[in-house]
Design a protein around this ligand. Structure first.
Ligand code: GLA
Length: 383
C-alpha cells in the first residue's frame, strides 16, 4: 500500500514536471516570435524586409517596411481554416510596378485634394496632380512608396513599430513630419493600427491604410456578394473627378444606405444613380453617425460562404468605402493570381477628402506642438 502511494506520488511529480516543460513560455514565445525575411531589393540597392506577426490562435499578418504594407493576412473561416484574405504581391518588385496602394500606409494626405492645391496660413502649396487634375494619396512618392524604419515588438500581442520622417517640402507639403505607426496583432484576431505624427511647421495630415479585403479566402473571386454595414447616416457626394461637392447627403432612400447590412451587388451597378456613375461603383467617403473621437464601430463586412466577419472600429470621423472599381484584370498578385475587377474592397478610415480646401469639413490641420493621433482596428470573427 505504502509502495503504491509512493509510486503514485512519483508519477504525479513526473507529470507536473513534464507539463510545465511542455507549457514553457519559451515555446509560446517561439510561436509568437516575429520572423523577419528579405522582401527583395529596391532599384537603389536597399534591402526591404517582411515581418510575420502571429498570435496564439493562428492568425498571421505579414507586413513590409516598404510602404508599411500589409502583404498577407490569414483569417479563419467557419470551419476553422485559415486563408489569406487580402490582395498583395509576392515581393517588393510587384509593388514597384505600380499597384494601386495594396495594403499600404497612405500619407501625408490620404484621398484627394482638388487641383493639387491648398492654402494654409495665407500661403498656397502646390502638389503633384497624380490623379487627373487632383492630388491623390500623398503624391508621386507617398508614404506607400518609402522605406520605413521597423522595430518588432515581441509579446503575446506582437507588433511592428514603423517610423518615417517626411521632409519639409516633400511632395509639396510644408513641415518636417515625424510619423509613427504601430501595428499590433491582438489576441482576439484583430489588427490595431495606431497612428501618430508631429510637425515643425503647420501642415495637413490624413493617414490611413489601403488594404483590399476579400473574405472569400479565394482571391480569384469578386466581393459583390459580401454583405456590408456602414454606421454612417450621410455620405459625401463627389464631382466627376471624385472631389466632394461639399454636401453631406443623407443615405436614406438611396443606394448609399448601408445602415442595415446589404449585399454590395444590390446597388453597385445602379447607374441611374449619378453618384454610382461618378465612382464607377462605390468610391465615396461615408460620414460616421457617431462623430466622437472614441473608438467606435464604423463598418462590418460578412461573407456568407466562408462565414467570415470583419469589423472596422476607428477614432476617425469618416470611412472611404472603395469597391476595387479600378482593378481591371491586369495585375498579377500573390501566387500568380490575377486580380479581377472588384476582387477587393477597401475600408479606409480617415478625415474627409479635400478638407484643406473645404473649411466646413473637420480640420486636418496639424500645428507644431500638437500631436496627430488616431486608431483603427480591423477585427475578424466568424458567424
Ligand atoms: C482610393 C480612391 C480610389 C482609387 C484607389 C486606388 O481608394 O478613392 O478612387 O484611386 O484609391 O486605385
Amino acid at each position: 500500500m505504502k509502495k503504491q502511494v509512493k509510486t503514485a506520488a512519483v508519477l504525479f511529480l513526473l507529470a507536473c514536471v513534464s507539463m510545465t516543460s511542455c507549457n514553457t513560455s519559451k515555446k509560446e514565445n517561439n510561436n509568437n516570435m516575429i520572423e523577419k525575411v528579405s522582401f527583395g531589393k529596391l532599384p537603389d540597392g536597399q534591402e526591404t524586409e517582411l515581418y510575420t506577426l502571429k498570435n496564439a490562435s493562428g492568425m498571421e499578418v505579414k507586413i513590409s517596411n516598404f510602404g508599411g504594407t500589409v502583404v498577407s493576412w490569414t483569417a479563419p473561416n467557419n470551419k476553422g481554416v485559415y486563408e489569406d484574405v487580402i490582395l498583395g504581391c509576392d515581393s517588393v518588385s510587384g509593388y514597384l510596378k505600380g499597384v494601386p496602394y495594396f495594403g499600404a500606409l497612405i500619407g501625408r494626405y490620404g484621398n484627394r485634394i482638388a487641383n493639387g492645391k491648398f492654402t494654409l496660413e495665407g500661403k498656397e502649396y502646390s502638389l503633384a496632380q497624380n490623379n487627373g487634375v487632383n492630388a491623390l494619396h500623398g503624391g508621386l512618392k507617398g508614404f506607400d512608396k518609402v522605406l520605413w524604419t521597423a522595430t518588432p515588438i515581441e509579446g503575446e500581442e506582437p507588433g511592428l513599430k514603423l517610423t518615417y520622417t517626411a521632409k519639409d517640402g516633400e511632395e509639396g507639403y510644408p513641415g518636417n513630419l515625424s510619423v509613427e505607426v504601430v501595428y499590433t496583432l491582438q489576441k482576439d484576431n484583430s489588427l490595431k493600427i495606431d497612428y501618430k505624427a508631429t510637425t515643425d511647421k503647420t501642415t495637413v495630415v490624413n493617414l490611413t491604410n489601403h488594404t483590399y479585403f476579400n473574405l472569400n479566402g479565394n482571391l480569384d473571386s469578386d466581393i459583390l456578394e459580401h454583405e456590408v454595414t456602414l454606421n454612417a447616416d450621410k455620405f459625401l457626394p463627389v464631382d466627376k473627378t471624385l472631389i466632394p461637392t461639399g454636401e453631406l447627403k443623407p443615405v436614406a432612400g438611396n443606394v448609399f444606405d448601408f445602415l442595415k447590412s446589404k449585399k454590395i451587388s444590390a446597388g453597385i451597378n445602379d447607374t441611374t444613380d449619378t453618384q454610382i456613375k461618378a465612382g464607377g461603383g462605390y468610391d465615396h467617403c461615408w460620414v460616421l453617425t457617431d462623430s466622437t473621437k472614441t473608438l467606435k464601430s464604423a463598418a462590418t463586412v460578412y461573407e456568407p460562404k466562408s462565414g467570415r466577419v470583419l469589423e472596422v472600429l476607428t477614432t476617425e470621423p469618416a470611412i472611404q468605402f472603395y469597391t476595387g472599381n479600378f482593378l481591371d484584370g491586369t495585375i498579377k498578385g500573390k501566387n500568380g493570381i490575377i486580380y479581377k475587377h472588384r476582387s477587393g474592397l477597401c475600408l479606409e478610415t480617415q478625415h474627409y477628402p479635400d478638407s484643406p480646401n473645404q473649411s466646413a469639413f473637420p480640420s486636418t490641420v496639424l500645428k507644431p506642438n500638437e500631436t496627430y493621433q488616431t486608431t483603427t482596428v480591423y477585427k475578424f470573427s466568424v458567424k
